[in-house]
Design a protein around this ligand. Structure first.
Ligand code: ZN
Length: 253
C-alpha cells in the first residue's frame, strides 16, 4: 500500500471525504495524513477522524496566518493534540513563506519557533512549509532538536542533502512529474530511504492532470516517476516510502 503523507481535505473543495477516500483506496493509497493548518480544518477533524479510520492528521498553523494567531489559538492547538494523540502524528505544516512579500517576517519567525518548541516538548515530527525562505528556514531548524519532513521540497540537491543531514525526510509530490522539473535531478541523487510521497491535494496535481484538482489517488503516478528516475521498480518505491512514512510518523497500524 501507499501512504499520502500530505494533503488537505475539506468540504470546501467540493469532494465528499467518503468518495475521495474510496477512490484513493481503489488506487492502493490506504492511509492519508491530512494537514490541518487553520482553525476551521482542525475543528472539522473531530468529525472526520471519528468517521474515517484511515485518516491521520498533522496540526499546525501555516505561516500565512502569522499575523492573526493568538495565544488562545496556540493553546487550542496543544490541547487538541493532547486529546487525540494517536491520530495527530505531526506538527505542521509550519514554516516560512516570503512569496507574497516580507512585511511580517518577524511574526512568521515567532510563530514558526513557537510551534517548533511545541514539537520538541511533545516529541512529534514537524512538517515544514518553506517558500522563498530557504536560508531562514534552515537556520531556524538548525537551532532546534527536531526531525520531520520538508514538505513539497523544491530546492537544490545541495539543500536536500543538508536537510537530510539535519534529520529530515524529503516530501516528493506531483512537481517531480512536470516536464523539465529540477526536482528530477534531486530525486535521482538522494536516497530512497529519505523520501516520503505526498500530493498536497487539492494543489499541484501531477502530469497529465497538471492544473486540475489533485487527489491522493494520484500517488502511484508520483511513485512511478520516482521508479523511472531511480531505475527501480514501483513496488520498491512503494515498500520503502511506506516504511519511511510509518517510521517517521510512528503510525500504529
Ligand atoms: Zn499543504
Amino acid at each position: 500500500m501507499f501512504i499520502d503523507t500530505h494533503l488537505h481535505l475539506s468540504y470546501k473543495y467540493g469532494e465528499t471525504p467518503s468518495k475521495y477516500i474510496m477512490e484513493s483506496n481503489a488506487n492502493n493509497v490506504k492511509l492519508l495524513i491530512v494537514s490541518a493548518c487553520d482553525k476551521e480544518s482542525m475543528i472539522e477533524s473531530d468529525r472526520l477522524l471519528e468517521e474515517y479510520p484511515s485518516l491521520y492528521y498533522s496540526f499546525g498553523f501555516h505561516p500565512e496566518f502569522a499575523s492573526s494567531i493568538s495565544n488562545d489559538d496556540i493553546n487550542h492547538l496543544v490541547n487538541s493534540i493532547s486529546n487525540k494523540r494517536e491520530k495527530i502524528v505531526a506538527i505542521g505544516e509550519i514554516g516560512l513563506d516570503y512569496h507574497y512579500g516580507n512585511e511580517n517576517i518577524q511574526e512568521q519567525k515567532n510563530l514558526f519557533e513557537r510551534q517548533l518548541q511545541i514539537s520538541v516538548d511533545l516529541s512529534l515530527p514537524v512538517v515544514i512549509h518553506s517558500r522563498d525562505a530557504t536560508q531562514d528556514t534552515y537556520d531556524i531548524l538548525s537551532k532546534y532538536n527536531v526531525f520531520g519532513v520538508i514538505h513539497c521540497f523544491s530546492g537544490s540537491l545541495e539543500m536536500a542533502l543538508k536537510y537530510i543531514d539535519l534529520g529530515f525526510y524529503i516530501g516528493i509530490g506531483g512537481v517531480v512529474t512536470f516536464k523539465n522539473s529540477k526536482l528530477q535531478e534531486v530525486v535521482k541523487n538522494i536516497p530512497l530511504s529519505k523520501i516520503v510521497l505526498e500530493t498536497d491535494s487539492p494543489y499541484l496535481a501531477p502530469s497529465p492532470y497538471r492544473g486540475e484538482v489533485n487527489s491522493s489517488k494520484y500517488i502511484p503516478i508520483i511513485a512511478s516517476k520516482i521508479a523511472e528516475l531511480k531505475e527501480i521498480s514501483i513496488e520498491e518505491v512503494m515498500h520503502v516510502t511506506t516504511s519511511n512514512a510509518i517510521a517517521l510518523f510512528d503510525l500504529k497500524i
